[in-house]
Design a protein around this ligand. Structure first.
Ligand SMILES: [Mg+2]
Length: 228
């Protein structure tokens, strides 16, 4: 339970979920595998050692928002094959979560995924978590024309393509900076603070409406609030 006062989300009719580290826990170690796969791709592409590859990966991530952005902009890499390679990770640690599924299904309105990953990987993650069929659509990095969150263009493209009224949408994310453009459009914003350092809540950026540490707990707290 977040220590912050719980805002009113009764106006929300469209629930946007990030994927990685939002619909599963950091302890599952998926993102470390993806980072290693990205470095392996870079290592092979540039014929460099692992340390150099991680540095290139990191430098492109800082400059372009994703390593893919750098590989496309500076080297013309084809994104589909790249993403197939980097997302070829072991998801066996992910387990279905009925409590998460029931919490999402109970939300009134549309449920969508908004991810910097690609849709085939997102489908695998959703399947592993027992969430197949829960979401109406997946707005992925290809549909953003490879301008990853937090690029404002990707939020505009999302709202336009899926006919979302941002004033009635809520976005839930573990990367706080990805919530800023959402708030600028009028969306409600929920930040999953995996560090659990809620003592710093007083310094929570103004673009975050609500801070939580567990998605399933939060979803069920909403349901209880509605039925109370
Ligand atoms: Mg995330």
């Amino acid at each position: 339970m977040s220590p912050a006062a719980r805002p009113d989300f009764s106006h929300v009719d469209c629930w946007l979920f990030d994927l990685d580290l939002t619909l599963y826990d950091p302890a599952h170690n998926i993102m470390a595998q993806v980072r290693d796969r990205i470095a392996a791709y870079v290592e092979d592409y540039f014929k460099v050692d692992s340390e150099q590859a991680h540095q290139i990966r990191y430098d492109y991530w800082r400059k372009y928002g994703t390593t893919l952005g750098g590989m496309m902009a500076e080297h013309g890499v084809e994104p589909h094959a790249y993403l197939d390679f980097v997302h070829d990770v072991d998801l066996s640690l992910l387990q279905p979560c009925e409590r998460l599924r029931s919490g999402i299904e109970a939300l009134p309105g549309r449920k969508l995924i908004f991810t910097n990953a690609d849709a085939p990987y997102a489908e695998r993650v959703l399947s592993a978590r027992g969430l197949s069929g829960v979401f109406e659509d997946i707005f992925d990095i290809h549909r953003m024309e490879h301008r990853p969150k937090p690029a404002p263009e990707s939020y505009d493209a999302l709202c336009s393509a899926l006919s979302i009224n941002p004033g009635k949408a809520l976005f839930i994310e573990d990367s706080a900076h990805n919530l800023e453009p959402a708030k600028a459009l009028g969306m409600a914003t929920v930040w999953i603070n995996h560090a659990g350092d809620h003592e710093s809540g007083n310094h929570c950026p103004r673009y975050i409406d609500h801070e939580i540490d567990d998605v399933a707990d939060w979803l069920h707290s909403i349901k209880e609030q509605e039925t109370a």
